[in-house]
Design a protein around this ligand. Structure first.
Ligand code: AMP
Length: 400
């Protein structure tokens, strides 16, 4: 079966076509500036050069129509016609407490996802627009929703309940949800394969370190804790997000500079993290270059980032009473050998021993711990699209 995977943002949309026979990526692309001047689609048939086309796209429906044109295009397309497409898998950020698994999308699912809009006001509305557009343009094609929050729904209450009056959980659903679930699940499954073990026998700590970053504790294939919380702001220090801070700082900051709520939110989400500390950039490559030239705040940003990852690794080892493997994934986790080195430095007493030579690798599946390390350290490039396509296939075939 050939599956279209859609990840729809407010003004952009990423897509892939995957042939599930052999799990082969056939085409991928990006639509940018939906509803703005200069909207364009960049399409790539795998093995060929990218083709970029500027075309006005006022709405998500027009954007999806361009995607469908591109994938059946006689020259650059990968399908003879739309009847070859078996299903569409949609990435959806927030499914609240409603779904612990991916589901076939019907009117009830859409209603449930609409109810989650207050929990993810920036993400769920464009996700829903993408689903609506696809249902209109392909009414006969089955659609599946795959949720960032779903994998974390297995957390026990002591991991997800905040110590604020209980009514805030009951009335408003304020609790830890966790995000990046599709990525954590994918790398956990790959780690078990690479280790030649059953996932049910393993204790894993998965570190998704990208521009957004989170760590999960996965025991016997089930997520028992994760660093992101009610929103993706909690947890690790990120590119531009603060991660954990004393909640009293928010009120204090607002008073000190007379900031309204929106501005405070913007500061914590867009001006903080390693960008906020370093004043250089949110991109680790820029920060590392500045640190090497002696920029002390850049050096500090890297140290604070690593400190927080180590903090969570330690916490999750305690929660699981041990760990069999630590997995690194996403932009920083996959590419930044220097950062992996700092994170894993001097953890020998916990049985975590990085092999500094094997660690000199980028973007490829590999065990990078020493042969005598009781805990494996594994680098695994994430593949959320493939995970979405796998769930979609299972559900459409009725085997999930
Ligand atoms: P992601 O959100 O997973 O796409 O990760 C994006 C981030 O990965 C970028 O902002 C960079 O900070 C980081 N990154 C990508 N490549 C490298 C690299 N070669 N070295 C260090 N950091 C990198």
């Amino acid at each position: 079966m050939k599956i279209l995977v859609i990840n729809c943002g407010s003004s952009s949309l990423k897509y892939q076509v995957i042939n599930m026979e052999g799990e082969v990526l056939m085409a991928k692309g990006l639509v940018e500036r939906i509803g703005m001047d200069g909207s364009c689609i960049t399409h790539e048939k795998i093995g060929e050069d990218k083709v970029k086309k500027e075309v006005p796209m006022e709405t998500h429906k027009e954007a999806i129509a361009q995607v469908l044109d591109a994938i059946v295009d006689p020259e650059h397309g990968v399908l003879k016609d739309m009847s070859e497409l078996g299903a569409v898998g949609h990435r959806v950020v927030h499914a609240g407490e409603k779904y612990a698994h991916s589901v076939i999308i019907d009117d009830d699912v859409i209603k449930a996802l609409e109810e989650c809009v207050p929990l993810a006001p920036l993400h769920n509305p464009p996700n829903l627009l993408g689903i609506a557009a696809c249902r209109e343009l392909m009414p006969e094609t089955p659609m599946v929703g795959v949720f960032d929050t779903a994998f974390h729904q297995t957390m026990p209450p002591e991991s997800y309940i905040y110590a604020i009056p209980y009514r805030f959980y009951e009335k408003y659903g304020i609790r830890r949800y966790g995000f990046h679930g599709t990525s954590h699940k994918y790398v956990a499954e790959r780690a078990a394969d690479i280790m030649n073990c059953n996932l049910d026998d393993l204790k894993l700590i998965t570190c998704h370190l990208g521009n957004g970053a989170s760590v999960s504790a996965i025991k016997r294939g089930v997520c028992i804790d994760t660093s992101m919380g009610f929103t993706p702001l909690e947890g690790l220090v990120m590119g531009t997000r603060s991660g954990d801070i004393d909640p009293a700082i928010v009120t204090y900051m607002r008073q000190a500079e007379n900031l309204d709520q929106g501005v405070a939110n913007e500061i914590l989400n867009k001006e903080s993290g390693v960008l906020g500390i370093s004043g250089v950039s949110s991109d680790f490559r820029d920060i590392e270059a500045a640190a090497e030239e002696g920029n002390e705040r850049a050096q500090l940003a890297l140290k604070v980032f690593a400190h927080k990852v180590r903090f969570y690794i330690g916490a999750y080892i305690a929660e699981m009473n041990g760990v069999d493997a630590i997995v690194f994934t996403a932009g920083v986790g996959e590419n930044d050998m220097g950062m992996r080195d700092i994170i894993c430095n001097d953890l020998g007493n916990l049985g975590i021993k990085l092999d500094v030579v094997k660690n000199r690798v980028r973007g490829k599946e590999m065990i990078i711990s020493r042969d005598d390390s009781p805990v494996k350290i594994i680098l695994i490039p994430t593949n959320e699209e493939l995970m979405i396509a796998r769930d979609t296939l299972k559900l459409v075939k009725g085997i999930a």
